[in-house]
Design a protein around this ligand. Structure first.
Ligand SMILES: Nc1ncnc2c1ncn2[C@@H]1O[C@H](COP(=O)(O)OP(=O)(O)OP(=O)(O)O)[C@@H](O)[C@H]1O
Ligand SMILES: [Mg+2]
Length: 222
């Protein structure tokens, strides 16, 4: 079993949206999948309650109970565990980072979000764990050229010295509407969004599930 934590101390960056899409991607590829919703808002639990038919299991837990949830998941044959975390809940986020094989730090390409990400990176760095930045809600590129705001943000993100997911997740309405019925954008047959999620999943599958040593995801010491 592998565990992915989806983190950002900043609110509204897209943690729940990406946690749900990653869990659904694992489920759709045949992996028994568990979502651990540690956010008292219970947004992930709401999403999976709305889903018809088979899907990932979803449990609501506190950070304190995460370890026992992880042990039970492992014992019951879960292959992928995805932890959704709350903004600002530094203790619960710390627990999630410690228990995860990889933490995905979700960041929007704005300078305010990046400034906030510095704090989250600091927590990961102190815990000496693996993390990866995922840029979410990026405006569309035009003819393959990124918007100036995205270019600026990517340059600023490099200063954090954390690996950056090569696929950017764009701002697309389908990410919101599909989850209203607990479905992934992949199931909603939105070709562009499905491609992004498939690339995000492929990266996670390669580096977390297959060859954990293929890419050094360890956050560099400053
Ligand atoms: N790539 C995207 N394209 C369009 N809308 C998005 C995208 N990602 C997230 N959103 C929307 O942005 C809002 C915040 O997303 P989400 O709830 O996933 O963030 P969060 O980080 O989990 O927030 P919180 O800190 O409150 O838990 C939601 O309305 C969601 O539908
Ligand atoms: Mg959330």
């Amino acid at each position: 079993m592998r565990t992915i934590a989806v983190i950002a101390l900043k609110g509204g960056s897209g943690k729940t949206t990406l946690a749900a899409h990653i869990a659904l991607a694992a489920h759709l590829r045949g992996m028994p999948t568990l979502v651990a919703d540690t956010d008292p808002q219970r947004s992930a639990a709401d999403i999976f309650r709305a889903r018809q038919g088979e899907g990932p299991q979803c449990i609501a837990v506190t950070g304190h109970d995460l370890f026992s949830a992880q042990m039970s998941a492992m014992a019951s044959g879960i292959e992928a565990m995805v932890i959704d975390t709350a903004a600002g809940a530094i203790e619960d986020v710390g627990q999630a980072i410690v228990l995860a094989d990889l933490s995905l730090l979700v960041v929007r390409p704005t300078l305010l979000d990046i400034a906030a990400a510095v704090r989250t990176v600091d927590v990961v760095r102190r815990l000496k764990k693996d993390a990866m930045l995922v840029v979410n809600q990026a405006p569309p590129a035009r003819d393959g050229v990124e918007a100036p705001s995205v270019k600026r943000a990517m340059r600023a993100l490099e200063f954090l010295r954390v690996p950056i997911m090569p696929t950017l997740i764009r701002s697309r309405l389908i990410y919101q509407t599909a989850l209203e019925t607990g479905r992934s954008a992949e199931e909603a047959f939105d070709v562009s969004a499905a491609e992004e999620i498939a690339e995000l999943w492929a990266f996670i599958e390669t580096h977390v599930f297959e060859h954990q040593d293929a890419l050094p995801l360890r956050v560099a010491d400053r």
